[in-house]
Ligand binder design. Structure first.
Ligand code: KG4
Ligand code: ZN
Length: 339
């Protein structure tokens, strides 16, 4: 069986074809980063219009890459939420229309379930149960996963998501949007001993996160060291990036450890854009080694938004017959626990 997957929830148009026997047959991605860079963030209307331009050509390219015709596709999966409503509607409308025309099921996929299952596309996929740390531009969540669709939210951010905090701090440091990966690169040159930033909400029990204070702490430190022209010297910039990354990563590690202790699970999955962060990966690998467990993550290109994870999640739902009837319905806000 083969599924076409379409992702259009934010600023990446992703299309992929997944075969339940042969694995991933095609994967196409178009990033709108350049389109939004001048505005310092995603402009929803521009995102929707660009998805309209790119989705159909990418579907054609994916079919060509997989040497398939539409008659050989058994289902169309698309991201139905959470995300930007206009952007979601593009993928939903195209996905449902194609499914109707091709006479195959259309499958609405939860974007975060896509991220959560992305490590299943790798050669050494995790078994259930596991703790998932989902860290993206819009979400920071710890989830107990005991099976497909068995998701219990253990904790989440009460304000900024981890990726959002990365991007906002990167912007304060004068880095282009989205600055997460750029900040992380800069942090490599930083001195970890120069500044110490707080590890928010780690001094009290629980699994909630809060990152907006960390961003404010970065802003205050930047203001303190700026010269009269508002400039920071290169080393101070790198040192602040390092202090910020260390604090954020440390907080994620502390809470992940708590979630593992609470559940008793010894597998940890990290997914979402911030799971591409090298420092986070190293720290969690070390943690799981100490706990004699294992950490799993997708390959770098499937950490951020992509069509492959949507095609994979769609395949699972098609096989389990857990998908909706024919209605174009998107959910800009969609708690994973309400699937
Ligand atoms: O999952 P994703 O592509 O989109 C959402 O669903 O939000 O995540 C994008 C986020 C952005 O905030 C981006 O800055 C962050 O992931 N990101 C990183 C890195 N690569 C991407 N943050 C820190 N370090 C990285 N290497
Ligand atoms: Zn995402």
């Amino acid at each position: 069986m083969r599924i076409l997957g379409i992702e259009t929830s934010c600023d990446e148009t992703g299309v992929a074809i997944y075969d339940d026997e042969q694995g991933l047959l095609a994967h196409q991605l178009y990033s709108q980063i350049e389109l939004h860079a001048d505005y310092g963030g995603v402009v929803p209307e521009l995102a929707s219009r660009d998805h309209i331009r790119k989705t159909v050509p990418l579907i054609q390219a994916a079919l060509k890459q997989a040497h398939l015709t539409p008659q050989q596709i058994d289902g169309v999966a698309y991201t139905a939420g959470p995300g930007l409503v206009g952007a979601l509607l593009v993928g939903a409308s195209i996905g449902r229309s194609l499914a109707y025309a091709w006479g195959v099921p259309a499958i609405a996929v939860h974007h975060m379930e896509g991220h959560l299952l992305a490590p299943m596309l790798e050669t050494n996929p995790p078994d259930f149960p596991f703790v998932a740390l989902l860290v993206s531009g819009g979400h920071t969540q710890l989830i107990s996963v005991t099976g497909i669709g068995q998701y219990v939210l253990l904790g989440e951010s009460i304000d900024d998501a981890a990726g959002e905090a990365f991007d906002k701090t990167a912007k304060l440091l004068g880095l282009d949007y989205p600055g997460g990966a750029k900040l992380s690169k800069l942090a490599e040159q930083g001195d970890s001993q120069r500044f110490h930033f707080p590890r928010p909400m780690t001094d009290r029990p629980g699994l909630q996160f809060s990152f907006s204070g960390l961003k404010t702490f970065s802003a205050n430190t930047i203001h303190q060291y700026q010269d009269e022209q508002g400039q920071l010297d290169a080393q101070t910039k790198a040192d602040i990036a390092r202090a910020f990354e260390d604090a954020l990563v440390d907080t994620l590690v502390i809470k992940s450890k708590r979630a593992l202790e609470l559940t008793g699970f010894n597998r940890l999955v990290i997914a979402g854009g911030v799971s591409a962060n090298k420092t986070l990966r190293h720290r969690l690998e070390k943690l799981m080694k100490e706990r004699k467990g294992q950490v799993y993550y997708p390959r770098i290109e499937f950490c951020t938004d992509n069509g492959a994870m949507i095609a994979y999640a769609g395949m699972i739902h098609l096989k389990q017959q857990t998908y909706q009837d024919l209605a174009i319905d998107v959910k800009p806000r969609w708690p994973l626990s309400e699937m």
